[in-house]
Design a protein around this ligand. Sequence first.
Ligand code: SF4
Length: 301
Amino acid sequence: MGETTGIQWTGSTWTPIRARHRVTGKVGWHCTKPSAGCKFCYSESLNKRLGTGEGYTPNAPVDVFLDEKMLRAPLRWRAPRKIFVCSMTDLFGEFVTDTMIDRVFAVMAASPQHTYQVLTKRAERMRTYLCNHEVGARWAFSGDRKPLVCAGTAVEWTRHGLPNVWIGCSVENQQMADNRIPVLLNTPAAVRFLSVEPLLAPMNVAFSQTSTWSAASDYRINGRRVDWIIVGGESGAGARRCDLEWIGFIVDQCKAAKVACFVKQLGKNAYAMDKRWPITDSKGGNIDDFPDDLKIRQYPA
Ligand code: SF4
């Protein structure tokens, strides 16, 4: 899936993990739904219409595979881009093998001109994978035994991960924030980020000044903290309500902690003071519709 995108916080999307229907042979995508934010997954809707035709269930009759042409596409893109990795699925889904992940990371390591944005709901698997210090070696010689990075090229793998790869988690409610943010903070990464979308309820992502994580509201571990927060309401068919006060609460917390904040969209069913907030596009993504205090689209330094 393709190069250009309407997702405001990135430049391109790149989903080399694909799926083929075992009966019809139709090619699309696959995923499963680990939490409430997935209820109206846009990728699943698209896959039902234009892909394998299946829903995102563990028993879908599909085979997941790595699309070789798509895998290598960023190596051909000479000009630097921001690239959202696996926008149509989850790179750390249980249906993706370690070898597939190795090869995706090998391409990211081999194209340092790009900035990759890896976003998952499977924070634990991502941490386990990225804490394994053998993975750096695997990125150089992974997959089909033909190295994607030549033998003489050192992969810059440090305890901070690859310098051109931002690592993020989706959190849609307080429970997911409490579960996933501490895991994210214990994951090696050059830049850590949260996608708080769809925002389904008020959420505390407060950052304290202490050096030890001690409570659900204190998202800082051993000096590590989140560098960037994207926030937005839900869009698409069946979109759930999002109150602008909830978005404002996230913005305020980012300001207080000096964390870069990106208000992506107000959502299809935006409310303020319990009244419907007018929007001029289907997602509430037109910044001209935002109240002034939510017109914030920052990136990490
Ligand atoms: S993890 Fe992402 S792609 Fe997968 S079902 Fe959930 S929202 Fe859809």
